[in-house]
Design a binder for this molecule. Sequence first.
Ligand code: F6P
Length: 501
Amino acid sequence: SASRSACNSKGSMIVVSNRLPFILKRNEKTGDLERKASAGGLVTAVAPVVIRGAGIWVGWPGLHLDDPNEKIPESDPKDKTPTAGLLSEKIVPIHAEPKLFDSYYNGCCNGTFWPLFHSMPDRATFIADHWKAYIKINEEFAEKTVRALHLLKQQKGKNGSSPPIVWVHDYHLMLAANWIRQRIEEDDIKCKLAFFLHIPFPPWDIFRLFPWSDELLQGILGCDMVGFHITDYCLNFIDCCQRNLGCRVDRKNLLVELGGRTICVRPLPIGVPFDRFVQLAQNAKPVLSTSQQIILGVDRLDYTKGLVHRLKAFERLLEKYPEHIEKVVLLQISVPSRTDVKEYQDLKEEMDQLVGRINGRFTTPNWSPIRYIYGCVGQDELAAFYRDAAVALVTPLRDGMNLVAKEFVACQINKTPGVLIVSPFAGAGEMMHEALICNPYELDDAAEVIHRALIMPEDERIVRMNHLRRREQLNDVDSWMKAFLKAMDSLEEEADDIGAT
Ligand code: F6P
């Protein structure tokens, strides 16, 4: 069963992701490298499986080292996060020439794939040099992964354990799997290859705008299993495989055939570490000293998150329903992200101006409508914000899943719960049925939905939140991990036969 696999780790796992599960920082005083732990849900779920199975993590350490042989430090003995047990010998860092890495990460990943896959082609740039850098860096990841596989093979010797799983993550590494497959076939190494995309997979008429789209599909199809958050993204991917490459496909069973192999495509909606958030919410001290109802937004500062639309919808609320003036506050936390990319710098400017304009328009001697935090917030403080907010606004223009919606729900432990408002254009909007749905493009409607949330009677809040919480507790990030392992376990049976197209 899936849980048996998760606990006993029959085979080892090699995780391949753009970032390692921690970042390296140089201590300015001592000059030593230090690990800075990551608290993300994905890391929390995946790291224990890698550790238990004596697996390996391949990724970029978050800084460029002058000496590529410099040793990765062990974790701080005080570090209690799940990656603490990941010994440095189990870490394979990617080293790249900074300019090349910049063209790959800021140029191709964030300048091309991020906007394109979020169905915003006008923001995407298509630059051959960026694509070349993407190819080179993907080759480097593939090369390091193959070396890691050799290492595992030596360590395991002939004690007959199951073949390792190589799990490649996200849009940064869409080419790596196919090269890994080719190399291991030459070297006669056995492994199961999987890919998971953490962002949406766009419809064909958007996807095909990318000039080298065939190569991307062939790269991903190097895997045995390809996972997306929701069925819609699976179907978009299958559609592209059929229309771009002429693959035989089975939409009912979500299968694609290429070069005599059958690739399983699976919806695997990610969850959050629910119980950890409950605990944080139980222990966190109140941080909001206000008698007003808090409307909360928490996002990376990214143009896909619909932040400008959100502020305008809030402005519309105050225009249409002046009874909320001095009674509500919008607390928007915007976490700095990809600050080297111009689109993100422009968005910061636009947000700063908009917050200033709206506050200038509505502020009274005792009250300002928007509290705007541009910076990172610790987990304890975040849990307190989630717990004490009356309304959470999760209104992206497009989003693969959106974990803020789920973290908010987990932290709703107060007797009178808050209300979740979610965009239908986020993966989370597909399955969190008891949330209020709001189209962020329609400002009048968005204002109406926020008003409805603010005045929602207590019994309705309770019923909605109870359902939301139950679902998220059941489908937390550990159960996502188990679903992935189960899908990998049953690959052979599923791939036996491909049905009619
Ligand atoms: O959601 C996609 C994603 O790449 C995540 O994996 C990551 O945590 C987030 O965006 C932040 O991106 P970056 O690694 O570019 O800072």
